[in-house]
Design a protein around this ligand. Structure first.
Ligand SMILES: *Cc1c(COP(=O)(O)O)cnc(C)c1O
Length: 395
């Protein structure tokens, strides 16, 4: 099997697994218990928090552990909204290409009377122009939430520029950094980030754990109520093994980010070059401001689902921005936002690789994709119309 769907989730690293093991059957006390055995767990959690904070250049108390990226996004947005509405500020700025954890939370707030401005991204690249963010800020704006890097097309957004604009305007800036964290150096102070969401399973850590960095002057709203864990901001007995695994994976990922990138870029670019040879295809997302492991293409005249199933038959795990996987018939909102029309957006393929993929695997993926695209096109009535000139090619 060739695993090329690391934007969906990653294999856990040995370092992360080993960091978790002692906290399953040896140090299993409840961190809220007063006896020394419980306090051992408490100390482990606080050590993990400090190490994570150190890597982001923030204070340990500014890190809240959550069940993952989705919860961190929800808590960040809801918190900023609650703070805003107290001051009569009910306007939020975001973008058209955010993850559903952000977009659906914003939709919920809209029903409560919040106004949401979604900044449109540049066609093809998916880049957000910081000037558009600046122009959208109003006296009523209580939050700007823009993702660090996009999970589908891999575009890395100009976060420090947007951070500087928000700082000057006195507006809270949250970024969903789930795809970026562990893959590049992030400094929340230097980049003027007030809140940042991270998920461990996107950088070889365990699933179901993540954290929210939130600047200490921001009063968080609870998403989960109950006990006084996480300074009263997130109830529930801490998932200590997962927290320890996440801290170890985060350290490993951040410390190796540059080396991994150096290994990845030639593989990614080889994959892009190979797939570009397929006629009537196009790459999605920015070429230069792109995650080192992301490749995303549209192939005209095919369905993404069929492509994925046939690639699966050839042992390749990949993903498509289109529809049926998510139970809806709409193609990816991200591909539509960068200007792909419905039919083209349906024929998309996302391959997300890591430094563990080999050159042989890349060659195999290119060969297999070429074969599968040709096979599907030969069966497709749409392709017949395109070839015969009954329909015009878009790509
Ligand atoms: C995966 C992902 C999430 C959700 O994270 P979970 O830990 O799976 O809840 C949020 N945002 C982005 C950009 C993601 O890629």
């Amino acid at each position: 099997m060739i695993y090329a769907d690391n934007a969906a989730t990653t294999k856990m690293s040995k370092t992360a697994i080993n960091a978790m093991l002692p906290y399953m059957d040896q140090v299993y006390g409840n961190p809220s218990s007063l006896y020394a055995f419980g306090q051992e767990s408490k100390e482990a959690i606080e050590d993990a928090r400090s190490r994570i904070a150190g890597l982001l250049n923030c204070e340990p108390r500014e890190i809240i552990f959550t069940s993952g990226g989705s919860e961190a996004d929800n808590q960040a947005i809801i918190s900023a909204a609650r703070l805003g509405e107290k001051k009569g500020k009910k306007h939020i700025i975001s973008s058209t290409i955010e993850h559903h954890a952000v977009l659906h939370t914003l939709n919920k707030l809209k029903k409560e009377g919040f106004e949401v401005t979604l900044i449109e991204v540049e066609k093809e690249t998916g880049l957000i122009n910081p000037e558009d963010v600046k122009a959208a800020i109003k006296p009523e704006t209580c939050l700007v939430t823009i993702m660090y890097a996009n999970n589908e097309i891999g575009t890395i957004e100009p976060i420090s520029e947007i951070g500087a604009i928000c700082k000057e305007a006195g507006v809270i800036f949250h970024t969903d950094a789930v795809q970026a964290a562990g893959h590049m150096k992030i400094d929340v102070k230097a980049e003027n980030i007030d809140m940042l969401s991270v998920s461990a399973h996107k950088f070889h850590g365990p699933k179901g754990i993540g954290f929210l960095y939130s600047k200490k002057n921001i009063n968080l709203t609870n998403i989960i109520d109950g006990g006084a864990q996480e300074r009263g901001k997130r109830a529930g007995t801490e998932n200590i093994p997962a927290i320890m695994g996440m801290a170890a994976a985060f350290e490993e990922a951040v410390n190796n980010a540059e080396a991994n990138k150096a290994k990845l870029l030639p593989l990614r670019d080889k994959l892009i070059a190979g797939l570009s040879e397929i006629p009537h295809s196009v790459i999605n997302g920015s070429i230069d401001k792109r995650l080192p492991g992301n490749v995303n293409f549209c192939f005209e005249g095919i369905e993404g689902e069929s492509l994925l199933l046939l690639l699966d038959d050839k042992g390749i795990c990949a993903s498509s921005g289109s529809a049926c996987t998510s139970g809806s018939l709409d193609p990816s909102h991200v591909l539509l936002a960068i200007g792909r029309i419905h039919d083209v957006a349906h024929g998309s393929l996302r391959l997300s690789i890591t430094e563990e993929n080999t050159e042989e695997e890349i060659d195999y993926i290119v060969k297999a994709t070429k074969e599968v695209v040709e096979y599907l096109r030969n069966m497709s009535p749409v392709w017949r119309d395109l070839i015969s000139g009954k329909r015009e090619f878009i790509l």
